[in-house]
Design a protein around this ligand. Structure first.
Ligand code: GLU
Length: 254
């Protein structure tokens, strides 16, 4: 069997949000539990909004969480020629100056790629076996699969995880926007192990009543078939509770 290969592909246009961190964790857990590999890829085709400082901060946040990767970081901005090559092969139509494929814009008038084109091409060229991402990307899959088939390649398997949602009301407005970032949780003093643990519990059932699990234990128990089917609420109460368990478990010295 081909070893599994997944990617975490953030756009360096903002700080690492807890929702994205959870996608990174999903990919990490899958790669580690299947003996596969994880690629870190920056989806930075939007030159105007991509920022090297934000990219460095994302790397710092992933490292703080304890999530490592096997390959990369690679950058879509370094593969513009490859996307142009593929664009020239696709049965596209020109409309309002842009390039359309199956009725959706995949490249700008100057031929520079948009998300769907770059992602489809990379998922093939990077030999990705499973695309694991949030349900918010479900509507993108058909088009990406169509691009992949049009270039004569085999699409990866797609799994869309339910989302992390924020409860309404005063308490969570605290966690909305800038406060829903990994950086904010770090600044507030949460332990990275507790953040990963809380995010993982919101993502999947680990087949145990034990709540406190470290990354290695979670990787050992992780099973893609046991992802929760409903969206999960992420709130301060749960996070503080998991965090309390972790803090009680560490030694005074630590
Ligand atoms: N750069 C995209 C995002 O951050 C990646 C989506 C995908 O996994 O295809 O939403």
């Amino acid at each position: 069997m081909t070893p599994t290969r997944v990617r975490f592909a953030p756009s360096p246009t903002g700080s690492l949000h807890v929702g994205s961190a959870r996608t990174a964790l999903l990919n990490w857990l899958f790669a580690r539990s299947t003996g596969g590999s994880l690629l870190l890829r920056f989806d930075d085709t939007d030159a105007g909004r991509s920022d090297a400082a934000l990219e460095a901060a994302i790397i710092e946040d992933l490292t703080w969480l304890g999530l490592d990767w096997d390959d990369g970081p690679v950058h879509q901005s370094e593969r513009i020629e490859r996307y142009a090559e593929v664009l020239a092969e696709l049965p596209v139509t020109r409309r309002d100056g842009a390039y359309e494929f199956e009725g959706r814009v995949i490249a700008r008038a100057d031929g520079s790629p948009l998300y769907h084109l770059a992602t489809a091409v990379d998922d093939v060229d990077d030999a990705i076996t499973h695309v694991l991402r949030g349900r918010d990307h479900l509507s993108n899959t058909e088009l990406q699969v169509a691009i992949i088939r049009a270039i004569g390649a085999q699409p990866p398997e797609y799994v869309h995880a339910p989302l992390l949602v924020f409860e309404d009301g005063a308490k969570v407005s605290k966690r909305k926007g800038d406060r829903a970032t990994v950086g904010a949780l770090c600044e507030e003093g949460f332990l990275p192990a507790a953040v990963c643990n809380a995010l993982a519990l919101s993502l999947a059932d680990f087949g145990t009543d034990e709540v406190m699990l470290n990354l290695a234990e979670m990787a050992e128990r992780f099973d893609l078939a046991r992802l929760h089917s409903a969206d999960s609420q992420f709130d301060d109460t749960k996070l503080r509770w998991v965090s309390g368990e972790h803090i009680r478990a560490i030694s005074d010295e630590q």
